[in-house]
Design a protein around this ligand. Sequence first.
Ligand SMILES: Cc1ncc(COP(=O)(O)O)c(C=O)c1O
Length: 409
Amino acid sequence: MKNKIYKGKSTEAIHAGESLTTHPSDAQEDQSEKSGIPLLPPIYQNSTFRFSSADECASAFIDEESGYVYTRWGNPTQQVLEEKLAVLEAGESALVTASGMGAVSIALLTALAEGGHVVAMETLYSATYNLLSEDLPRMGIETTFVDATDPNKVEYAIRPDTKVIYIESPTNPLLKLVDLAACAEIAKKHNITSIIDNTFATPCGQQPIACGIDVVLHSMTKYLSGNGAVIAGAIIGDKDFIVRAKKGALRNFGAVISPFNAWLTLLGIPTLPLRWTRHCENAICIATFLEQHPAVAWVRYPGLDSHPQHELAKRQMNGFGGIITMELKGGHAAGETLVNQLQICSLAVSLGDARTLVCHPASTTHSHVPAEVRQQTGITDGLVRFSIGLEDTEDIIADLGQALDAISI
Ligand SMILES: Cc1ncc(COP(=O)(O)O)c(C=O)c1O
């Protein structure tokens, strides 16, 4: 592979990993005399790989770097994506998974292979919260949930058996921020693995590994693929962690991405930096509009001066993302009117799509979180979350304006 001569995010998103486009066996077998390699990485849509001799096959089992054996162990299409993600997140190595939750589970099972205790942010994506509060305790792994916006609370919760500090920033759906450098320092001081779910910020909006965080996770279902067509996840970290995850939990629990979904994600990533800029530009205009509307009680967006951690957002983020949360003065009933009136914005869970999506966390994404925990953590019944898309700003504002105006206050 030639040395990398670029460092811009757009160039990385387009070119990183793509020198792996040809399968090693293509070169060896010289099947075609024609020159030219595919510009777009091809899909290796196959489950297994053949060998030309028993020796070759045996050595692939001993030295897995020497070739591909079986797609649950690795596949060239997955590998192009992994190389690209490692470069984008400035990590040593990456691993792609069947879903974002696949990435969360595999990373936690790897870091907690010998058991232990987790200190986690109290407001997390609901399935992650459920995994930590219901599934892992059945395996003897306990979690202490803390308000990680205060790094002292994270350090205070550490026990002698703590193995992982687990955070999201910005959080889903309240857009609270965690000081990444401060958290990473605490983790290093106590010899604990720090893990962040970077889905909301993307590698364009935040570089956790550069801040000292050990492991970065993504639901690539969201901004990274950006097309609303796949469910996919990723883990980025040091080589040792990724090899342990790949040879252990990924292989044995089997949350492996299909080559087709890896390829669809590869189609999305080259436009991520452009899309990120546009999501951020649209979102700040819309957050400002919402903040001034009489039907709205408050708006939370890291790019607004009114966000309690706006200074931290400016320090550690590059753009504030496309997610906006707001509370309607009229609570649940107003929320219903709003979503029923919208014409361009779609009532749908998920985020990071080209289309603007709106959802009501209390009745959807966070409905499995106990009501008292929702209240404690600020996920109120009148909360509405927007994933601002790539449509023309004035059209989204017009749609939101007519829907908000229909709410009687
Ligand atoms: C922050 C975050 N992490 C992880 C996930 C899970 O991702 P997936 O649905 O790809 O499993 C989601 C899904 O919404 C999410 O919002």
